[in-house]
Design a protein around this ligand. Structure first.
Ligand SMILES: Cc1cc2nc3c(=O)[nH]c(=O)nc-3n(C[C@H](O)[C@H](O)[C@H](O)COP(=O)(O)OP(=O)(O)OC[C@H]3O[C@@H](n4cnc5c(N)ncnc54)[C@H](O)[C@@H]3O)c2cc1C
Length: 301
């Protein structure tokens, strides 16, 4: 993670400032506030602000006047009920704002999540940092033969070293040309044009704000084992922050979304036959070979 001395000093100063408030706060998230959690080789994620906690979800669901006098177990039961039955609007009462440093190709996947507010570092106005993502050798793998969106075997060490050299050389060369084209070098090409030459592994930064419901949707897709490793590691770091922020909602999310499986009507019918000891196989189930394999994998067969 590459934070400059000045950036670290700003974070330290921000963490030293405190204020009293009547609003609910989450002590475990307060302890993490502003600190950067390292992700990939130069990236990070840090929480810069938030609103609400588990009690805000409960308060909205009950449309109550205050925190109420109910026990934590009752709140937990209500939150689990809301999550289980897709009663999602109470989760929209909580908001969180992240500062993220991420490679451009990861940002391109991330930005598809439209239900967030985003402000990205302006490469029209500022000069991009010379930070490129170079994967660790164990993350350099061949194209998967059975999944067009996945990776297969890890590259042999000498091939991985060659690939890393290509990635490094290309990024260095294009960044060198970027600098050469800018006004600082005398050519004076506008920053908004010079940036087009940068490689997709160049790091960008943004502030990203969303509500808990939409954050869960993002995490459900991006913390999934099928998500690309380079975005999944960001989602995993965000899960740590959510666990600290809203522990009851987080536990319900882990149970009913992240660790849950959806069966189609045909899958359910096939499983019911299996449980009843009736004969059923892929050809009689109405499921495709792939669906049948996915269903069996989900039930550990
Ligand atoms: C494993 C994986 C592979 C993917 N592969 C590809 C790919 O090959 N190509 C590609 O282009 N994308 C790909 N995507 C991106 C994917 O199609 C979605 O764009 C992305 O996951 C964001 O999901 P979302 O639209 O549900 O999220 P959000 O944009 O955050 O929206 C959340 C929800 O709000 C609602 N919503 C938001 N905007 C609208 C709208 N305009 N109209 C109606 N409802 C709306 C929908 O219910 C939506 O589910 C992939 C995503 C994943 C996780």
């Amino acid at each position: 993670m590459s934070l400059t001395h000045d950036q670290k000093a700003e974070i330290t100063a921000a963490r030293e400032r405190t204020a009293t408030t009547r609003r609910p706060t989450a002590p475990a998230l307060e302890a993490m506030l502003f600190n950067a959690i390292p992700v990939l080789d130069h990236g990070f994620i840090r929480v810069v602000d938030y609103m609400g906690d588990d009690s805000a979800v409960v308060q909205a669901a009950r449309v109550s006047y205050g925190r109420g006098t109910r026990k934590t177990t009752e709140d937990e039961g209500l939150i689990r009920y809301l999550m289980r039955h897709w009663h999602s609007t109470p989760f929209e009462m909580c908001e969180i704002k992240y500062h993220v440093k991420l490679p451009i190709f990861v940002a391109r996947q991330w930005i598809r999540h439209r239900t967030a507010n985003v402000n990205e570092y302006s490469a029209r106005y500022s000069i991009m940092d010379k930070d490129f993502y170079l994967p660790a050798p164990e993350h350099l793998a061949t194209q998967s033969s059975d999944n067009r969106q996945g990776r297969g075997n890890v590259l042999p060490p000498e091939t991985a070293a060659h690939v890393l050299q290509l990635l490094r050389d290309d990024a260095e060369q294009t960044y060198g040309h970027y600098e050469e084209m800018l006004e600082e070098s005398g050519i004076g090409l506008a920053r908004e044009l010079a940036r087009m030459n940068l490689t997709l592994n160049t790091y960008t930064q943004w502030y990203w704000k969303t509500d808990l419901h939409n954050l869960f949707h993002f995490l459900r897709l991006r913390a999934d084992v099928h998500a690309q490793y380079e975005i999944r590691v960001y989602a995993e770091a965000m899960l740590e922050t959510v666990a600290a922020w809203v522990p009851l909602s987080y536990a319900a999310f882990r149970d009913y979304r992240l660790g849950a499986v959806t069966f189609s009507a045909k899958m359910l019918a096939a499983l019911q036959k299996m449980l009843a000891g009736q004969p059923v196989d892929q050809s009689t189930s109405g499921l495709s070979k792939r669906e049948w394999a996915e269903m069996l994998a989900a039930v550990g067969r």
